[in-house]
Design a binder for this molecule. Structure first.
Ligand code: GUN
Length: 307
């Protein structure tokens, strides 16, 4: 058994191959420490701290948690953070005015508007109002387009976190068959783009979604599966090839009285039956989730440096 905290290999059982649990929590903590070190050096040189701001509208439980974790991560990285809150009945014009004000604020290096927004607000309009140079979420069409053709840009935090995990664990992706499950704008589409590009995944990529007829067969042939379909326990053992790398992006809240808050986070992969077939697998929680916030910190530091 490998006892390295960041590379836990689970022993072979009943003749089944061992797998390595990809520890996103430990990897994210290490990267945040690296960022903090760099920031302290900048501060010692008399420079200001990077500043990430967030706008939160309403009181959605998931969004509150995400934003709280973003503020805590800013502290861990030595960043300044600010949180601007609005009630759910804020008008679209009021929100857009705040976005424009933040675009112009020289003290703010990057900012995000936490999604989802109330139905009366056009999310796309909000995204397109953010100055793409401060769009550390990487949601603005300029960043999405630049990413698609391999130009410097801000890459959406979850796909960037997954690429970082694959790199830090030394997982070979070049020429491999990668199946991405899900086609969302913030995970599935950018993930497929990055896995395809020579400078990141350099893989052969197939995207499957809820309407794909050959989804199971595609998965069975995949060397790497990225599950971002938003359905708990969707990927079962019969869909996974021996030795595959499985990355679980799912974070569905499932009612569970035995957990704090009355729910648990459930991944898209049926971990207990899939893990023993894998060479590498991410857990939920503690896999991709912590890497997402860590990527946002990386993007913020990048926005600060580009200014
Ligand atoms: N809601 C869920 N994930 C995200 C994210 O990465 N950024 C923003 N702004 N909102 C989200």
């Amino acid at each position: 058994m490998n006892t390295d905290n960041n590379n836990a290999t689970v022993n072979a059982n009943n003749g089944k191959p061992a797998y390595t649990l990809i520890d996103g929590k430990a990897t994210a903590a290490k990267i945040k420490e690296e960022i903090r070190h760099e920031v302290e050096q900048l501060v010692e040189q008399g420079k200001k701290r990077p500043h990430l701001a967030a706008i939160l509208v309403g009181h959605d439980g998931g969004s509150e948690t995400y934003v709280k974790n973003k503020v805590l991560s800013c502290e861990a990285c030595g960043f300044k953070s600010s949180l601007i809150r609005y009630e759910a009945d804020v008008t679209e014009e009021e929100l857009l005015a705040k976005v424009r004000e933040m675009n112009e604020d020289p003290d703010i290096d990057g900012f995000i508007v936490q999604m989802p927004l109330p139905k009366h607000i056009d999310e796309q309009k909000v995204i397109e109002t953010i100055d793409y140079r401060k769009d550390v979420d990487g949601f603005h069409p300029i960043n999405v387009g630049r990413m698609a053709i391999g130009l410097p840009c801000f890459i959406s935090a979850t796909p960037l976190g997954i690429i970082t995990l694959l790199q830090r664990y030394g997982i070979e992706t070049s020429g491999k068959k990668c199946v991405v499950l899900g086609r969302s704008n913030i995970v599935g589409k950018p993930m497929a783009q990055l896995m395809m590009q020579k400078q990141y995944g350099d893989a052969t990529v197939t995207v499957c979604h809820s309407r794909s007829k050959t989804l199971k067969e595609e998965c069975r042939n995949a060397d790497i599966i990225v599950a971002a379909i938003g359905r708990p326990d969707f990927v079962t053992a019969d869909m996974v090839k021996e030795g595959a790398v499985v990355i679980d992006v799912g974070t569905t809240r499932v009612a569970d009285d035995s957990c704090k808050g009355g729910f648990r986070l459930n991944g898209d992969v049926k971990f207990d039956e899939v893990a023993s077939k894998c060479s590498y697998i991410t857990p939920v929680p503690g896999g991709v989730g912590p890497m997402t916030i860590c990527s946002l910190m990386k993007n913020t530091l990048e926005a600060y440096k580009r200014k």
